[in-house]
Ligand binder design. Structure first.
Ligand SMILES: [Ca+2]
Length: 264
């Protein structure tokens, strides 16, 4: 009896370990990593993550008053407090969101993410935003909608690539690798699609990464690593690139007008 209990406890531990974000085995397809310039596995609990300017130096900057802590070995985010929501007309922090403020202009990033719960996103039903991974604020965005996962450009107005069958299932860990240099990005999902995008709007100073979850829900991050780059490309890159479909260039909303120079 006792042995069975111990055995079951071990099985439970092994299963729990698998439910956690197993270190992903994704490898870069386009760019060549140089040094690890940031890594976080959230082994040290923290409850001091505060919304503030990314320039203040913290690696993790909660967005829109959303509440983030490091606990149980993950970075866990919740929506903003009811008081915060009541005191803001927009940007109310209904969806957990956080900025990783350690990505330089060009980089490779690997991380794991999980949407724990939240109101399912339904396009057009209410003012809501689907979960996303943003590579530069409103620069390159992977998002999920009725048509599966999309890679966007041009201020989130242009669909470059899509994976209609790739849904983001609550409760499941996803392992992601982002490669970003100049006007190109590659985003790989382990056991999922790989997106490639090249667009003039990708060349931007706004290079921090932000992730967002479902309305009213909890999301988690783990095993985050950022690499600087070496010169050159992966040896197989030309062959890999040739296999991607041509850009879709579907205009999903009007492009933002170019900023008018201020009248003197
Ligand atoms: Ca961890």
């Amino acid at each position: 009896m006792k042995q069975t209990t111990v055995f079951l406890a071990i099985v439970a531990l092994v299963l729990a370990a698998h439910a956690r974000a197993a270190e992903s085995t994704l490898q870069p397809l386009m760019l060549v990593p140089d040094k690890v310039i940031f890594a976080d596995d959230f082994s040290k609990p923290r409850n001091d993550l505060k919304p503030k300017k990314a320039e203040d130096g913290d690696s993790w900057v909660p967005n829109q008053g959303t509440r983030w802590v490091v606990e149980d070995g993950v970075l866990r985010g919740r929506p903003s407090s009811p008081e915060f929501q009541a005191s803001h007309k927009t940007h109310q922090g209904l969806h957990p969101r956080i900025v990783l403020a350690k990505t330089p202009q060009d980089y490779i990033l690997r991380f794991s993410m999980r949407i724990v719960d939240g109101k399912p996103f339904v396009a057009g039903q209410r003012r809501s935003i689907p979960p996303f991974i943003e590579i530069g604020h409103h620069i390159a965005r992977v998002t999920w909608g009725a048509n599966g996962a999309l890679l966007l450009a041009d201020g989130d107005s242009l669909q470059i690539a899509s994976a209609p069958d790739f849904k983001l299932e609550p409760g499941r860990w996803y392992h992601v690798m982002v490669e970003k240099r100049a006007d190109e990005v590659v985003v790989q999902f382990a056991n999922g699609p790989t997106f490639y995008g090249k667009h003039p709007s990708y060349k931007s100073d706004k290079h921090f990464v932000m992730v967002g979850g479902l309305e009213g829900g909890v999301m988690e991050l783990d095993n985050v690593t950022v690499w600087s780059l070496r010169e050159g490309m992966q040896p197989e890159w030309a062959r890999t690139l040739a296999k991607f479909p041509p850009p879709q260039d579907v205009r999903i909303k009007p492009a933002k007008p170019a900023v008018e120079p201020k009248a003197k």
